[in-house]
Structure formats: structure tokens, C-alpha cells
Design a protein around this ligand. Structure first.
Ligand code: PMP
Ligand code: GLN
Length: 387
């Protein structure tokens, strides 16, 4: 969707403006309800926001330590143990980053040589390909097949070549909402061990699983020593603009990523770091209610979209639902999303942008449901114009 950008290096041609920025700008320009870019329309817990305000007032406004404040590294290690039974040394095995985005980009820059290959699943989150390109690496994708988003094990095996450096796995998966199951994780783990590959896992939606359960790849046999686990406070605490994320795993991997991070942002988010400590320490009720509230929103949106006439691929996790627009008489998601604001006053994201394969996701459109119920209801009533 992006034209050639003058001066932009050949490595980054084609990555001009992210689809999320483009669609959010379209929503503002047309006054539409924005079910495109995934960000909540209500703030996260007041206690967490108050802690950020207090931190600014208390003078936490200068460069924090490069790896993140010790209290936050300890809180991340506690969180990984509490939810996933993962044992980490907060001193050497946890790095605080400017969101998951920086953690992933820094990981690819740190871990890949020019010419290396990275295996990922398609549809692919939008930052993976440009991040690999910046590292001089290329993505090799394995397609998750709609509507269930399973994959062919032979395709995964074939995607691994002598140049493969790592597998980049996103589960729960954006945009499909797929949660990789035990058998799939076991297969990925087995191939990583067999081919001596590293893994980088993007687990930003770890607390948004409605069916099945989230399982970090790092916990599969043979994986702890080769996996960098990435997540972000932006999703779990609904403060996407704070950009506090983390990468954890073996000290050598974390040290490598820290080296790259030093020269990207150096450090980030001084007053937000103590606030996220408060968030990570919230009781189980917070995490449970967060998930249950989103599960209800998923059903509200998905039921409504089905009534309008979309074929809905109800997600097991994340705050995104994918729809097939063909039953409504459309087949080009990009054209559909471009005309949707004018037609209905709603913005959504065409899934085609997450595919490399020609015509991949052509008739699929992603809607987010991390919005107030009344906004979702209003969007659905506007979308009835399509039926
Ligand atoms: N990975 C995935 C799959 C995402 O959906 C997002 C959401 N923006 C990110 C990474 C980036 O997270 P952050 O905002 O913490 O950089
Ligand atoms: N991850 C969010 C989404 O998928 C957007 C974040 C961004 O714009 N980088 O909608």
C-alpha cells in the first residue's frame, strides 16, 4: 500500500508507512470508529497510572540503568515464574526495552548476520519483515491456513535451510488470534533443537487467551537455553503508549540484545518502569478479569459481525478477530477497508498486508475488539449497512 519513498534505502523500500498508522489516520480524517489499530480506548489500572505520576513527581526522570531498573527486572522474573514457571536471574537474564517492537528489532540486529534467514509464520506481524531487513536478514514464512490457521509441518521443515538463524514465533498470534497448541510447539521446539536454531518469541498477548492456554516456547524441552522470550506491558496493562517491554532468556542472548538496544534507544521510560512494577504485582483477579472482559468483547464483536454477514474466524486469543468478506459480496480486503469509512464510518485493517504470498489474505479483514462495549455496538450497527 506504500509508494516508493525517496532517499529511503533499498533495504526499507516498501515499508514506507505502517498500515496501523495509515488506518488510524484514516479514522481520524473521516471521523470513523477505529477498529483498525489495536489499542484500547480506556486506560489501564488506576494504581498503575498513579504510580507513573508519582514516579515523575518523585524525580524518576533521568536515564535509568541500561538493562532497566532492578525492581522491574525482578518483577518481570517474578511474573515469568508466577504465570509460566520460568526461572530467570533478574540480574543477567532480563532486559527492559522500548516495547516489544524494540526487543524484537534489537534481537534480530543482535543475533543475525547479514544473509541469515529467519523463519516466521504468515500472516506476519508488520514489524518483523522490516526488522529483519534492517539486520540484513530475510524472512522465510510458513503459512497459517485460514480458517483454522493450522500449518503443514512439511512446510515448516522445508523453510529451514543452512542459512536459518532463528525462528520468530508469535503466540497468541496477531492478526489471526491463533494460540499455538502443545503439539505445534513441540514440533517447533524439536526442529530448533535438531537444527541448532535460536528462537525469539513474541508473547505480547500472553494474558489474552480465551480458549486453550498460553505456553511459552522456552518451556519446551531443549528450548530454555536457546529462546529469547519477549513481551510488553502495553498489552497486559492497556498502556500501549508507554512502550515498556522486555526480553528474557539465557544471559548470553540477553547480553547480545542489550548491546543492540544500547545504540537504538540506550534506555527508555524512566517513570513508567516503576509503574509497570506495580502492574506486574497486581493480584490474580486483575489478570482474570482482564481476560474475561476481553472474552466478552470478542463474543460481542464476533456475534455481531456474523449477524452482519461476515464469516468470522473467532480468535482463541489476542484482541483481534479476522473475517472473510466474501459472503457480503466483496473479495478485495484492501479496497473494502479503503471504502469502509465512507460506506459505514468504521475502520478495519486488510489482512493482505500481513502476507508476502501473492493474494494471501486477499479477502480477509481484521477488526479489533479492545474498545468499550458501546463503541463496538455502534460500530456493528453502522456495519449493518453492508447486509
Ligand atoms: N508484537 C505484536 C504481535 C503486536 O501485536 C504488537 C502490538 N503493537 C507488538 C509486538 C508491539 O508491542 P509494543 O507496543 O510493546 O512495542
Ligand atoms: N500491534 C498493534 C496492531 O496490531 C499496532 C501497534 C503499532 O501500530 N505498531 O494493531
Amino acid at each position: 500500500m506504500t509508494p516508493r519513498v525517496p532517499y529511503l534505502s533499498a533495504r526499507l523500500q516498501g515499508f514506507g508507512t505502517t498500515i496501523f498508522a495509515e488506518m488510524s489516520a484514516l479514522a481520524v480524517r473521516t471521523g470513523s470508529i477505529n477498529l483498525g489499530q489495536g489499542f484500547p480506548d480506556t486506560d489501564g489500572p488506576a494504581a498503575v497510572a498513579d504510580a507513573a505520576v508519582a514516579a515523575i513527581r518523585a524525580g524518576h526522570n533521568q536515564y535509568p540503568p541500561g538493562a532497566g531498573i532492578p525492581e522491574l527486572r525482578a518483577a518481570v522474573a517474578d511474573h515469568q515464574r508466577r504465570f509460566w514457571d520460568m526461572e530467570l536471574d533478574p540480574e543477567s537474564e532480563v532486559l527492559i526495552t522500548a516495547g516489544a517492537t524494540e526487543a524484537i528489532t534489537a534481537a534480530l540486529l543482535a543475533l543475525c548476520e547479514v544473509g541469515d534467514e529467519v523463519v516466521a509464520f504468515e500472516p506476519t506481524y508488520d514489524s518483523y519483515r522490516p526488522a529483519a531487513a534492517m539486520a540484513g536478514a530475510t524472512l522465510r514464512v510458513v503459512t497459517l491456513q485460514a480458517p483454522d490457521y493450522g500449518f503443514d509441518p512439511a512446510e515448516l521443515t522445508a523453510a529451514i535451510t543452512p542459512r536459518t538463524r532463528l525462528v520468530l514465533l508469535n503466540s497468541p498470534h496477531n492478526p489471526t488470534g491463533k494460540v499455538f497448541d502443545e503439539a505445534e510447539l513441540d514440533l517447533i521446539a524439536r526442529l530448533c533443537v535438531e537444527h541448532d536454531l535460536l528462537a525469539v518469541t513474541d508473547e505480547v498477548y500472553e494474558h489474552m487467551v480465551f480458549d486453550g492456554r498460553h505456553q511459552p516456547l522456552a518451556m519446551r524441552p531443549g528450548m530454555a537455553e536457546r529462546t529469547l522470550t519477549v513481551s510488553s506491558a502495553g498489552k497486559t496493562f492497556s498502556f500501549t503508549g508507554w512502550k515498556i517491554g522486555w526480553a528474557c532468556g539465557p544471559a548470553d542472548l540477553v547480553a547480545a540484545v542489550r548491546t543492540a538496544k544500547q545504540f537504538l534507544t540506550y534506555v527508555n521510560g524512566a517513570p513508567f518502569q516503576p509503574a509497570v512494577v506495580v502492574g506486574l504485582g497486581l493480584d490474580d483477579a486483575y489478570f482474570g478479569e482482564f481476560r474475561d472482559t476481553l472474552a466478552a468483547k470478542r463474543d460481542l464483536l464476533c456475534d455481531g459481525l456474523e449477524k452482519v454477514g461476515f464469516e468470522v474466524h473467532r480468535p482463541a486469543g489476542t484482541y483481534f478477530a479476522t473475517t472473510d468478506i466474501r459472503p457480503l459480496g466483496f473479495d478485495d480486503g484492501i479496497a473494502f477497508c479503503r471504502s469502509l469509512p465512507e460506506r459505514c464510518g468504521v475502520v478495519a485493517v486488510p489482512s493482505a498486508v500481513f502476507y508476502e504470498r501473492p493474494d494471501g489474505g486477499r479477502h480477509l479483514v481484521r477488526f479489533t475488539f479492545c474498545k468499550r462495549d458501546e463503541i463496538l455496538t455502534e460500530a456493528l450497527s453502522r456495519l449493518e449497512a453492508l447486509s
